[in-house]
Design a protein around this ligand. Structure first.
Ligand SMILES: [Zn+2]
Length: 156
């Protein structure tokens, strides 16, 4: 996996991004081609539509994570794990676990952030990011914490 273009901003270095990724089980990022930094304005200039206020995305067609907006270190770490969480939900955990999250955990309507309320995908990505950045906070929602710990992070 390639991490690149983070020299265009000053919040996180390439090495720091690579070290964040190394904290994860290998299966969680093995299929990701690259993680790169590119402001939304540059993508729009290439006719790639990026929604307003979008801070990053997993671009399945490029198998890449593109980070658009980095402000603080804490927020940046959350965004990077959030986007990897999307990849993990789509590709790594498989349809059985995906269905369990969508039909059992999401409908409990116990959310770690407001953004997680949007749909099961964002709920998973937000929970995944908080599990990595502030596990003790996700532990307040035991079902989601246990799901991450015992079902998702056991996939190595
Ligand atoms: Zn998202």
């Amino acid at each position: 996996m390639i991490v690149k273009d983070f020299n265009k901003q000053r919040i996180l270095t390439v090495n720091e991004v690579a070290n964040l990724v190394k904290k994860l089980p290998k299966s969680h990022f093995r299929g990701i081609q690259s993680i790169l930094y590119k402001p939304a304005i540059e993508l729009r200039a290439m006719d790639i539509p990026v929604p307003l206020n979008c801070k990053g995305g997993f671009y399945a067609e490029y198998r890449s994570i593109i980070i658009h907006d980095l402000q603080s270190r804490t927020m940046s770490e959350h965004i990077i794990f959030h986007e990897i969480g999307h990849y993990v939900f789509h590709t790594v955990i498989g349809s059985y676990l995906r269905k369990e999250w969508t039909t059992k955990l999401f409908p409990q309507r116990n959310f770690i952030t407001d953004y997680a309320r949007l749909n099961p995908h964002e709920d998973f990505a937000e929970s995944y990011a908080v599990y990595m950045c502030e596990p003790e906070r996700l532990a307040r929602i035991p079902a989601k914490f246990q799901f991450m710990k015992n079902r998702v992070f056991t996939i190595v």
